[in-house]
Write a protein that binds this ligand. Structure first.
Ligand code: NAP
Length: 323
């Protein structure tokens, strides 16, 4: 079978196609034949070795795999050979066949397409955990950073369902503004320009926002504190800007709450919430409240191009690889 591997950190060219033996599932694992693989931004940081968790080498990127179970390991009772599933796959997702932990498999409703199924593996779950962490109150004004991104465009669709009144979305270039509006953003602000926080204040009659959902970090997070109302909540869940923010504690005295959110922690400590959240998400998908926009579908062997698109900050929504 084919897998995509890199033996050194670097630019997308380090991703190469290799032939490897089909792996066997260990206890608690399943072997899945991939139908589609969702490509996540954080893998570009890991590939460069610059992210918070650079992988040991050689490495195959993680990703959101949709496919059919071909084999189950010892002790797996929740799925059977032939079932169609979506799975967050760690250490080996860009491949024809992948191993996944059976605990994390998302059940799939009949007829769901591969793109919609792929968001159930991790991006929609991340969005939901972030929204629940934010404890949005009815009518809150919510600022969603990177609103045209894979998770961002899911977040802007879901946020009103979880209480938001007004949704302000940031994007890194004017070309993304219409897309963000089409996916639930009321006001779009380009945070690559100086004075983006003034735009947010203008849009809120000088009051600021109740909630910020921040996947960018760095200076964007610090500037966001200027437009967060007293008693407001900022949820930090990613550092796509490349810099981990250092928040001076004094900036929090005006009753500003900053809280982190990691999907893995929800899985570890709140698995029941995750399972019920998955049912909520399946409802949103099947009833048409949550749609995924696929920016590009590329053959598995063109994984490097998928990473290039993401590093050029060109993607609207999500990118899929097709084995
Ligand atoms: N906490 C968790 O459990 C968890 C789980 C999954 C993902 N995440 C995080 O969630 C975030 C979104 O993930 P995603 O896969 O949906 O990615 P994405 O939003 O599709 O892509 C990242 C976006 O970040 C923005 N960005 C801002 N500064 C950037 C820079 N210097 N370089 C590149 N991009 C920059 C870009 O949008 P603009 O061009 O519009 O600025 C880009 O499209 C990532 O930070 C990821 O690490 C967290």
């Amino acid at each position: 079978m084919r897998t995509i591997r890199y033996h050194s950190y670097g630019n997308p060219d380090v991703l190469t196609v290799e032939e490897v033996p089909v792996p066997s599932p260990g206890p608690g694992q399943v072997l899945i034949r991939s139908e589609a693989i969702g490509v996540n931004f954080v893998e570009t940081q890991r590939r460069r070795g610059t992210g918070p968790f650079p992988p040991p080498l050689p490495a195959t990127p993680n990703g959101d795999v949709v496919g059919i179970v071909e084999e189950v390991g010892a002790g797996v009772t929740t799925v059977a050979v032939g079932d169609r599933v979506a799975a967050p796959v760690m250490g080996g997702a860009y491949a024809d066949l992948v191993l996944a932990d059976a605990t994390f498999l998302a059940p799939l409703p009949d007829g769901i397409d591969a793109a919609q199924a792929s968001i159930l593996a991790s991006p929609a779950q991340t969005a939901l955990c972030v929204l629940k962490t934010a404890r949005i109150q009815p009518g809150d004004t919510v600022l969603v950073h990177a609103a045209a991104g894979a998770i961002g465009h899911l977040m802007t669709q879901l946020v009103r369902h979880y209480g938001a009144g007004r949704v302000i979305g940031t994007v890194g270039s004017p070309a993304k503004a219409d897309f963000a509006r089409e996916h639930g953003t009321d006001v779009v602000v380009d945070y690559s320009t100086d004075g983006w926080t003034d735009e947010v204040l203008k849009a809120t009659d000088g009051e600021g926002v109740d909630v910020i959902l921040d996947s960018v970090g760095g200076d964007i997070l610090l500037a966001g504190l200027d437009v967060l109302k007293p008693f407001g909540r900022l949820v930090f869940y990613g550092a796509s800007g490349g810099t981990l923010p250092q928040v001076p504690a004094m900036r929090l005295i005006p009753m500003k709450h900053v809280v982190g959110c990691g999907l893995d922690q929800w899985w570890q400590h709140r698995p029941d919430d995750i399972r019920s959240g998955l049912q909520e998400l399946i409802g949103h998908v099947t009833e048409g409240r949550l749609k995924v926009h696929v920016h590009a579908e590329l053959p598995l062997a063109e994984a490097a191009d998928a990473h290039r698109i993401i590093e050029d900050r060109a993607q609207l929504g999500r990118i899929l690889l097709r084995p």
